[in-house]
Design a protein around this ligand. Sequence first.
Ligand SMILES: [Zn+2]
Length: 318
Amino acid sequence: MAGSLAAGEGLEAVELAIRTAVTRLGGGMLERLLAADPGYRGPGTDCGAGHQAEFVSCRDKTAGTVLGPVTVSRAWYHCGQCGHGLAPRDAELGTAGQTMSPGLRKMAARAAEAVPFARGAGLVADLAGITLTSKRLGRHAEAGGRAAAAVIEAGAAAIAARTLVPLPPAGLPDKLYIAIDGTGVPMRAAETAGRPGKGEDGKARTREVKLACAFTQTKVDTDGYPIRDPDSSSYLATFAPAAGFGTLMAAEARRRGAGHVRQLTILGDGAHWICYPDVGIAYLIPVPRLSRRSPARPLAGPVSVIRAGIIRGGRGSR
Ligand SMILES: [Zn+2]
């Protein structure tokens, strides 16, 4: 190594070479550590659905880790009644149904949320020395997104059905604002196949994503404009139709204390799906049918609906 430095290969080449060697060494250590318990739990084990799954054999599984690919030989069981197999060790390690370790999954998710998948794969390679294809990163991010969305949707459905009642937030604000809008997101052709569009050929090139932002503003700037409270914004974005969006938004609003604040203000542009009572905000508040032309209409109770023009320029509402 000292020779390489002296030969002018540079510090960068040397530090990267050392990292590669140390990572490989670490991967070997991790593999030996995991081999200490192959997860044999006797001739039978619970399949997860209340049956006895029978031990079949030890099977190898290779998972990506932050120390590179690691192969584990673990006991494999099969449940005759469910017709599926399982390795108790995978569940313990958090790798059941996964090709990446929890540590690498977290790393991949951070990269995938920061930049497009192809650049995310390069980011992981540069920063951690781990090779991931952009396809694998994309598959992982999409699976993670689907899982996270399922958790949020289940929570929202429970709040809508009143089987889950969120506690009002600590430090309940006096006023809560919710801005709602929709916008077209350009899509690959496969994502819009079969969807009618506005283009001359009748094909859709975008899909509408519905967005909501709940926030508070308690102070004004020197010109008297409200300032959004730092870290007070929570966001919602979904391709779901208006009714699905309404459920998600109502749950988020309740979670943010909409049912407890003195005044709730909805900011929207009067689009059909936002204003009409069978969709959008009606999931949150019982309002009479709004006129799309009504510029600003205070409603019965502590709710006012303000057209989006007022929030143009991001200066908040007045
Ligand atoms: Zn079973």
